[in-house]
Ligand binder design. Structure first.
Ligand code: PLP
Length: 408
């Protein structure tokens, strides 16, 4: 099986056409009414969530990190299948509450929370992962005004890094969280301000495909929390150990060994039961739950041959899908898995460049990719597009229409 084939394996193919939510992609395109669009397959999301829950066996609560994909219908679907949400802004908090997630199961992290965001969070009764002394002091005033204490956990910037992580979000100098060394002082301040201390949040990085690195980071995070718990003004009720589970984006990437991670997590949970008996353990996952269940679909507007290379010029591109163009934090540009939606695996095949309509060479979705031959009007599908797509892209760049989003 070639690597492209593996990366599309989540979606069934019938008569060489990709099925999304059981619907042939061309039929779905007609139903959507225009291209480009993002489609998320709720059956695939559900299957992924069930798989994670199965290996966690209730030892960890499973939270969804809304920033990975905040489409309201998708978030509402997630509200029914995960234990909680993590939000990173007031806008995401609104989506989370509208989706029907109980406020007690929502937490809020992010550096530089505005005073009105903190006030809304306290008013909603959600857990706030505080990331500075400033936030603690603002919460003291807000709690006094509203007449009840803010629920807080301390987001810790750990004194270690997540190895082999696509995006490091902890360790070393960072804008995220409170440096581990300063946490005792912050905990004393939380006690002095009379805030409702609930626990710790330690997120060290994202997009990690190596089970051993994730397990090591979780163990270190746990030990750090255990050390810091000695300074806490109240017992630890919640310990959020982050997540960082990655998905394979590129040929040669190997999927995360989930059972291996789960085995280490079980050992950790057993330890926590002895050492932090009041603590509920939480992991928060974004892309791992939704990334592989989403596709981006655009249409070929033109076929052009330039000095021996074929260009498929589509109505979609970097303005809709920055990550697939290679401009969302990637060091080396590699192709996301692409296919011709109605000629996924079959012949004839050809090597083409898939580009968008923008006047910039950055607007590249496929650099010399092998696809089933596509004509004008055919649909090109980009896989692994369920997370950090629509809302992580510069939609206004060049003033083209925005893509549609559907939950199929
Ligand atoms: C972005 C983020 C996540 C989600 O990361 P994924 O790679 O999508 O799993 C989780 N927690 C925090 C604090 C984040 O900022």
């Amino acid at each position: 099986m070639n690597p492209e084939r593996r990366l599309f394996a989540a979606f069934p193919v019938e008569h060489d056409e990709l099925l999304v939510g059981g619907v042939p992609v061309a039929h779905l395109a007609a139903r959507v009414g225009r291209t480009p669009f993002y489609a998320y397959d709720r059956g695939l999301i559900h299957a992924r969530v069930q798989k994670v829950r199965e290996v966690l066996q209730g030892m960890f609560s499973l939270h969804y990190a809304v920033k990975a994909n905040p489409m309201p219908a998708l978030v509402a679907f997630m509200a029914g299948v995960v234990d909680g949400f993590d939000v990173a802004s007031l806008g995401e908090l609104r989506v989370a509450l509208n989706a029907g997630m109980p406020s007690t199961e929502i937490s809020f992290a992010g550096p530089g929370k505005r005073a009105e965001e903190l006030e809304a969070a306290v008013a909603a009764g959600i857990l706030i992962n505080v990331e500075s002394l400033r936030e603690i002091r603002l919460l003291e005033g807000i709690s006094a005004r509203l007449g009840y204490p803010a629920r807080v956990a301390v987001r810790v910037n750990p004194d270690f890094e997540l190895k082999a992580s696509g995006m490091k979000m902890g360790g070393g100098p960072k804008q995220f969280g409170i440096d581990a060394e300063q946490v005792p002082e912050a905990l004393a301040e939380i006690g002095r301000c009379g805030l409702a201390f609930e626990g710790f949040h330690i997120f060290s990085g994202s997009q990690n495909l190596r089970a051993a690195a994730i397990c090591e980071a979780q163990n270190k995070a746990y030990e750090l929390a255990l050390r810091l718990a000695a300074y806490a003004p109240a017992p630890v009720k919640v310990l959020n150990l982050g997540g960082g589970f990655g998905i394979p984006y590129f040929a040669g990437d190997t999927a995360l060994d989930l059972p291996a991670v789960a085995e280490a997590m079980a050992a950790l949970a057993a330890r926590a039961q002895r050492e932090l008996p009041a603590a509920r353990l939480v992991i928060e996952l974004g892309r791992y739950l939704v990334g592989e269940a989403g596709i981006y679909v655009c249409r070929v507007l033109d076929r052009k041959v330039s000095r021996g290379e074929t260009f498929l010029i589509t109505d979609g591109g970097m303005h809709h899908h920055l990550a697939a163009s290679g401009n969302f934090g990637q060091v080396i540009r590699r192709n996301y898995p692409l296919c011709n939606g109605r000629r996924v695996y079959g012949a004839p095949r050809e090597t083409v460049n898939v580009v968008g309509p923008l006047c910039t060479p950055l607007d590249l979705l496929g650099d010399r990719v092998e696809l089933g031959r596509a004509e004008e009007g055919d649909l090109i599908v980009v896989a692994q597009s369920g997370a950090y797509g629509y809302t992580a892209s510069p939609l206004r760049f060049l003033s083209h229409p925005e893509p549609v989003e559907v939950l199929a």
